[in-house]
Design a protein around this ligand. Structure first.
Ligand code: HEC
Ligand code: HEC
Length: 201
């Protein structure tokens, strides 16, 4: 498998650790069910990034599942946290939204689904650490505008549509500034505050 995924390394790192490119995500250690859903989405058009749509076009489900299993089992070190490019008040806003949400606006805490340690939840919710701020804000924008689609109901669409742009900036900056988790293992499944079609229940 390591040889088969050589073509992925230029953008995702040899072990899926990510690269310096602001828009190339870490894959390593994310739950296999999540990675599999993403590979299917790039193959079938739910997510659009032409080099990936091209690489995965026509690959069979079973092969995509092997790739997903492979990257979910990689555990390279996390990158050093990014020095935040925003002020302290903005970071505090980002932290509060991630940990508490905004119940008055029906925005659940991100930690309720992405786990208290933000390392994700098995089988299909990704960790949010080790990603660049620009990648995180681009994905929240893609969910909001529907260019990144999931099985319905698309909980991330509903959540990102309720966030203001400055809140997305704050969340992305705070997440990218967090140190590596002590234990990167995704949490066990637990009930979600909103239904997500991509997560079996
Ligand atoms: C030319 C660079 C490039 C190559 C080569 C590439 N990717 Fe990607 N990959 C990306 C980018 C950029 C994204 C994010 C696209 C977006 O904005 O949605 C991505 C996203 C992903 C995601 C979703 C990650 C997440 O956390 O949601 C997976 C899984 C993935 N790639 C797997 C692979 C695999 C497996 C290969 C090799 C077969 C591969 N990629 C090759 C650039 C690349
Ligand atoms: C109700 C559960 C739930 C809540 C609450 C939630 N998420 Fe998510 N999130 C998900 C699921 C499920 C996915 C995977 C969607 C898919 O398969 O594409 C996801 C994916 C993401 C991704 C894509 C990660 C990547 O590697 O591409 C980001 C970024 C994200 N969420 C950020 C947030 C933020 C920020 C919040 C809080 C404001 C939040 N989420 C709240 C369930 C949730």
């Amino acid at each position: 498998m390591q040889e088969r995924v050589l073509g992925c390394a230029a953008c995702h790192g040899a072990h899926g650790e990510g690269t310096d490119n602001d828009y190339f995500p870490r894959l390593a250690g994310k739950p296999a069910g999540y990675l599999y859903n993403q590979l299917i989405a790039f193959r079938d058009g739910g997510r659009s990034y032409p080099p990936m749509n091209y690489l995965l076009g026509y690959l069979p489900d079973a092969y995509l599942k092997q790739i997903a299993d492979y990257f979910s089992q990689q555990h390279p070190p996390f990158p050093a946290p990014a020095a935040p490019a925003v002020d302290a008040a903005t970071l505090a806003l980002g932290k509060s939204l991630v940990i508490n949400g905004a119940p008055d606006r029906r925005i659940p805490a991100c930690a309720a689904c992405h786990s208290a340690s933000l390392t994700g939840m098995r089988p299909a919710i990704p960790g949010l650490l080790g990603l660049h701020a620009d990648y995180i804000s681009a994905q929240l924008g893609a969910f909001r505008y529907g260019t990144r689609r999931t099985a319905e109901p698309n909980c991330m669409h509903d959540i990102s549509a309720r966030l203001a742009d400055r809140e997305i900036t704050a969340i992305a900056a705070w997440l990218a500034s967090q140190p590596a988790p002590a234990d990167p293992t995704p949490s066990a499944p637990s009930p979600l505050p909103l239904a997500c079609g991509s997560v079996p229940n």
